[in-house]
Write a protein that binds this ligand. Structure first.
Ligand code: GRF
Length: 198
């Protein structure tokens, strides 16, 4: 059986990439085919290499504000890996409609908030400042709007008195590592029903 090929895009530590890659083993119908970072110094690159996953870097900095040129370079590298699915995992660049369109329905992202609340950055600080009683993370399909595509999975955690963005992030990250692999497996199997944790 040929496996579904999954490219994982990262910008940092790649803890979500590791969770996804570790889940794609045994009878899992998918396998990671590439870990691609926009940052040469991303810690996740070494982790991917250690797991025997092909890696690539397309440094966004030489492209300056020329987003189209950066995305064309991304696409060239991705095309060689022939991914069936793309998983953004701590990937911190905004992708334009021109990039997303050819992969429509085949790009997933994990965002550290209970979308549609808190699109964008600093999600934990914003949830705490708003006095919310809970926070969490969301896996969604990527569409050309920022953090806006159909929600495929959500995980909720309580916000506790005295929480800081760091303590809240530490409570959510393990839930990300559970949620994303669950959603990926269902998407690969052609199921798009909402997953909620706990
Ligand atoms: C995580 O909070 C994730 O939700 C966000 O980027 C952060 C770091 O992710 N997208 P990772 O450790 O690089 O996977």
């Amino acid at each position: 059986m040929s496996h579904t090929r999954v490219a994982i895009l990262i910008s940092g530590s790649g803890s979500n990439m590791v969770a996804l890659a570790q889940s794609m083993q045994g009878d899992h119908p998918a396998r990671p085919c590439l870990v691609l970072s926009n940052r040469p110094d991303a810690g996740g690159l070494a982790k991917a290499k250690a797991m025997g996953i092909p890696t690539a870097v397309v440094d966004h900095r030489p492209y300056g504000r020329d987003r189209a040129a950066f995305e064309a370079a991304l696409r060239d590298v991705l095309d060689t890996a022939r991914p069936d699915l793309i998983a953004l995992a701590g990937f911190m660049r905004i992708l334009t409609a021109e990039f997303v369109h050819p992969y429509a329905g085949r790009i997933l992202n994990i965002h550290p908030s209970l979308l549609p609340k808190y699109r964008g950055l600093d999600t934990h600080a914003r949830a705490i400042a708003a006095g919310d009683s809970e926070a969490g993370c969301t896996v969604h399909e990527v569409n050309p709007e920022l953090d806006d595509g159909p929600v495929l999975g959500q995980a909720r955690v309580p916000i506790l008195p005295g929480d800081t963005p760091e303590t809240l992030a530490a409570r959510i990250l393990p839930m990300e590592h559970r949620l994303y692999p669950l959603v990926l497996r269902r998407v690969v199997k052609g199921e798009r029903g909402l997953i909620t944790l706990p």
